[in-house]
Design a protein around this ligand. Sequence first.
Ligand SMILES: NC(=O)c1ccc[n+]([C@@H]2O[C@H](COP(=O)([O-])OP(=O)(O)OC[C@H]3O[C@@H](n4cnc5c(N)ncnc54)[C@H](O)[C@@H]3O)[C@@H](O)[C@H]2O)c1
Length: 293
Amino acid sequence: MKNKIATIGIIGAGQMGSGIAHVCALHGIRVLLNDVTLERVQAGLATVDGNLARQAASGRISEEERKAAIGRIAPCMSYEELAEVDLVVESATESEVVKRKIFAEICPLLGPDTMIATNTSSLSITRLAAATDRPERFMGMHFMNPVPVMELVELVRGIATDDATFDLAKSFVAQIGKKAAVAEDFPAFMVNRILLPMINEAIYVLYEGVGSVEAIDTAMRLGANHPMGPLQLADFIGLDTCLSIMQVLYEGLADSKYRPCPLLVKYVEAGWLGRKTNRGFYDYRGPKPVPTR
Ligand SMILES: NC(=O)c1ccc[n+]([C@@H]2O[C@H](COP(=O)([O-])OP(=O)(O)OC[C@H]3O[C@@H](n4cnc5c(N)ncnc54)[C@H](O)[C@@H]3O)[C@@H](O)[C@H]2O)c1
């Protein structure tokens, strides 16, 4: 198996997939970016373009690096094009049904040595691996949001992941300038197992009327020295993703302390998913985010 990634296929061009594309392209990797429609891929590319332009304007990368990086990303609207890639990173919506369908469709088309990684925030790596034809070449590669800024990638082996695949994942993380932390395959791994119950608790604090959106976020920024408040962070992650992670913790660990807050459920049912829909615990439609409660 290769020990360096030259070409990557990324499935899902949302906030995470586009961020992964950005970082890979900046590190010289050719990227094929896929989503359900060309419009979604183009929206992902526009995000990458804007973020690279910001990095170039602030002098963190040169104009040549910016141009070269954007030139390395190509839209991919047919899974046949993935035949040549060294690695597929699946970063589609956090739904086991969606991810299993993707694996069933891509596996017959990939080269026999191609590694598959999933960017799932919470689902069982072993169970997802079993939905592929190559559980030994399958891993969890959990990037943090926003990918161009956050240094960590959590690496999670499934029960069948072989050592060569794990080593390739570690060297890929170093290749793109990130640091790895290794977690066992438990619901939500390490970062979200710790972070999401805190966010869920902040939503309970809001739901029970203990504090307003602004008070809760100010309390945690100034009182616990967090760089952003938990409700602001929830909007940033996406409230649908937060809810899916809490459901996986609740069901996977069978402990009532992980019960998703009913207010979180209600927001998701309303389609108020945070920044990506311009409305969550804050309203982003005006010039400044406005707390909604
Ligand atoms: N948001 C975060 O903070 C965060 C952090 C780490 C990991 N993740 C994980 O990354 C994954 C993506 O999350 P996101 O925040 O980018 O969500 P998102 O909603 O921004 O993007 C998901 C994208 O997947 C696409 N998609 C859905 N079905 C697809 C299919 N069959 N084929 C191709 N594309 C498909 C959607 O059209 C959408 O563009 C999830 O598994 C999530 O748990 C999210």
